[in-house]
Design a protein around this ligand. Structure first.
Ligand SMILES: *Cc1c(COP(=O)(O)O)cnc(C)c1O
Length: 408
């Protein structure tokens, strides 16, 4: 008789976006005359840049011709893309990487979720709280998180590191020492960042404790302040403890196109009791066995993001979203809200007024302003009392939404 992976049964329902969807649908049905604006989604809205679609068209033509047709792509990615990434994202910041330290994938979510494969079940993970849900759920599916405590809304064997206004959204070293530490910077959902010295202290901590940092830099392109690191490898010693994940989704609108990459330096070595095993070799094996490479057409599209035109065009898109972020940030600050993020990330994280819960504020905003956002409590226990708005809407809708919130 077959058995299932019953770790899946421990997962609490992912009610967040379905509950939001239901509430919005009910409101619209009861109030057909009202126009509801959503600043809730974490998805881009601008179309792909011209340089990107042109590269895709050229690659499509290559695939349609016998001389230039390509079959299976290399499991770990085409050299042209890996080389372009290293030159533009790393060499330009004085970071040297070998080509086989960069693994091309179909997105950062897959990589965040799949990386659990190469680690033992009895590792203890630490996450910042609130957090992008994939880190915890993927570990839970692999049986690495203990049980879910409904009252505390937390897993018994996960170390939660609260990030709130009280500590400036900078995680503190936990009492219990973790084996694997997830850091997302710039952060989703809070939109906040770590300075280089703050991140350096985490790198030092990881090296001292022989822990691994999984560094999610999906929003790297939104960084506007000089003291925020673009890569964890800007920190000394990071090559012996940190895995970095990046995505083409938020910097170039590839959410539906799918492309990302993970960097695993060969200096990260597991010793006792294995002898000497590099994480790089384990991930190469994992990738080679379970993944047949990102599509050629998409990798050519990714390469075009780094062309002169590609850089200029995607920079414009980011500027468009960040103008929205400033509209929200400035508008709500003027209206008396306590507002975080929005400077190095397309997310605004606001403190709910008074002692309102995240969901009460959601209802208020929906009913009084016809604006939809995301309740902070949906991202973890320390998100209670906060609320996320995104800068991915149209400029017109963003201005209108902020006007409406101010009028409440
Ligand atoms: C959007 C997002 C990703 C996912 O990126 P894909 O490449 O589209 O899979 C990863 N991490 C965080 C924190 C994100 O918000």
């Amino acid at each position: 008789m077959f058995k299932i992976n019953d770790n899946f049964l421990k997962l609490p329902g992912s009610y967040l976006f379905s509950t939001i969807g239901k509430k919005v649908a009910e409101y619209k049905k009861a109030n057909p005359d009202k126009t509801v604006i959503s600043l809730g989604i974490g998805d881009v809205t601008l179309p792909l840049a011209k340089a990107v679609t042109e590269a895709m068209h050229r690659a499509v033509d290559e695939m349609g011709s016998a001389e230039t047709f390509r079959g299976y792509s290399p499991d770990l990615g085409y050299e042209f893309l890996r080389k372009t990434i290293i030159e533009n994202d790393y060499n330009s910041r004085n970071i040297n990487l070998d080509i086989d330290e960069v693994f091309i994938s179909d997105g950062a979510k897959s990589d965040c979720g799949n990386i659990v494969d190469i680690f033992a079940v009895d590792n203890t993970i630490a996450v910042t709280d609130p957090v992008y849900p994939v880190y915890i759920d993927s570990n839970a599916m692999a049986g690495k998180t203990g049980d879910y405590d409904k009252d505390k809304q937390a897993w018994t064997d996960v170390i939660y590191m609260p990030c709130t206004a009280a500590n400036g959204f900078v995680p503190e070293f936990p009492e219990r020492t973790p084996d694997i530490i997830y850091i997302c910077c710039p952060n989703n959902p809070t939109g906040t960042t770590l300075t280089k010295s703050e991140l350096q202290s985490w790198v030092d901590y990881a090296n001292k404790n022989k822990a691994i940092i999984i560094y999610d830099a999906a929003y790297e392109a939104y960084i506007s302040e000089p003291d925020v690191p673009h890569s964890i490898y800007e920190c000394g010693g990071a090559k012996t403890c940190a895995i970095e994940m990046r995505s083409f989704s938020k910097n170039a609108g590839f959410t539906g196109t799918r492309l990302g990459f993970t960097v695993i330096p060969k200096e990260i070595v597991a010793t006792e009791p294995y002898g000497e095993v590099t994480l790089n070799s384990l991930w190469a094996r994992r990738h080679g066995t379970k993944f047949n490479g990102a599509p050629y057409i998409i990798q050519r599209a990714g390469e075009a993001v780094y062309s002169e035109e590609g850089k200029a065009q995607t920079k414009e898109q980011i500027a468009y979203y960040m103008k929205n972020a400033a509209t929200i940030r400035d508008g709500l600050t003027a209206a008396g809200y306590e507002v975080y993020g929005g400077i190095n990330a397309p997310y605004i994280w606001l403190k709910t007024p008074g002692d309102m819960t995240s969901w009460d504020f959601f209802d208020l905003l929906l009913e009084k302003a016809n604006v939809v956002g995301t309740p902070g409590s949906g991202f973890g226990p320390s998100g209670e009392g906060y609320f996320r708005l995104t800068a991915f809407g149209t400029a017109e809708n963003t201005v209108e939404a902020v006007e409406r919130i101010r009028r409440i």
